[in-house]
Design a protein around this ligand. Structure first.
Ligand SMILES: CC(=O)[C@@H](O)[C@H](O)COP(=O)(O)O
Ligand SMILES: NCC(=O)COP(=O)(O)O
Length: 254
């Protein structure tokens, strides 16, 4: 079965790093100093949507280093926001997702020491755990996306696990952008997208996408949505969030 895709490539803005900035001063408030905790990622999400974002993505890390539970609760309760919750594949996070009811969850690997998500979730090794979460989300009407490397075995297993979506990890490609590995990494993403599409999966992509590599990323076939965070939030410091979102959306669909 092949899936119908929208004509436009959709943009999910990851607002984690607005929360990173807030958390830089958060403990002062916890310690009873009071005052304003800024910036507010929930307010930023609204501005992203006004500027053309098709959804908001947040990664509620187990160590809560940036996004907090209350952010997810407020975002999920906001009707105008299509919320994609990135989370580790654990019973505690599953329980939380079922309670907060985002529109979709994206299962990601997590290691507390990492600076950012370093590789895709190994859905072959963890297939039983992933199946439990996917089945629970399917029963609750919440879409599951699997954040995986563009590896044929991982993509084939994702289809067997009844997750409707995959998100191909573009980090290895982004890191190789100025190196000889760029061509082969792009070819892996193209092949992965072809395979996922042929298996009836909705194919998304994300990690390390920026205003330069987007012109090549957008040539990957069958893409439905890109999740982009660090680069958009970084640009917003110079141009404002509305310009940063509008420009990325225009480059994605040029
Ligand atoms: C799963 C993923 O690729 C991103 O959402 C990333 O995890 C953003 O959060 P960090 O920058 O904390 O890794
Ligand atoms: N899943 C990838 C994501 O949400 C954003 O990653 P990045 O653009 O912050 O690297």
């Amino acid at each position: 079965m092949l899936v119908n895709l929208p004509l436009m490539l959709l943009l999910g803005v990851n607002i984690d790093h607005a929360a990173t900035l807030r958390q830089a001063r958060y403990r002062q408030v916890d310690a009873g100093f009071g005052g304003l905790v800024e910036p507010d990622p929930v307010a930023l999400a609204g501005l992203c949507e006004q500027a053309g974002a098709d959804g908001i993505t947040v990664h509620l890390r187990e160590d809560r280093r940036h996004i907090q539970d209350e952010d997810v609760r407020l975002l999920a309760a906001s009707h105008s926001t299509r919320l994609n919750l990135e989370m580790a594949c654990t019973p505690a996070m599953t329980e939380l997702a079922l309670r907060l009811r985002p529109h979709s969850v994206c299962l990601v690997p997590e290691s507390r020491e990492e600076i950012t998500t370093e590789g895709g979730l190994d859905v072959v090794k963890h297939r039983d755990k992933v199946a439990r979460v996917t089945d629970a989300m399917n029963a609750a009407g919440i879409k599951t996306s699997l954040f995986i490397d563009p590896d044929p075995e991982q993509i084939a297993m994702s289809a067997q696990l009844r997750a409707p979506w995959i998100e191909l990890h573009t980090g290895a490609y982004a890191n190789a952008y100025h190196l000889p590995g760029r061509g082969p990494e792009l070819a892996r993403l193209v092949a992965g997208a072809e395979q996922g599409h042929a298996l009836g999966l909705v194919v998304n992509a994300g990690h390390g996408i920026n205003y330069i590599n987007i012109t090549e990323v957008r040539t990957i076939p069958h893409l439905h949505e890109l999740n982009i965070g660090h680069s958009i939030i970084s640009r917003a410091l110079f141009t404002g969030i509305a310009e940063a979102v509008r420009t990325m959306k225009a480059l994605m669909n040029a």
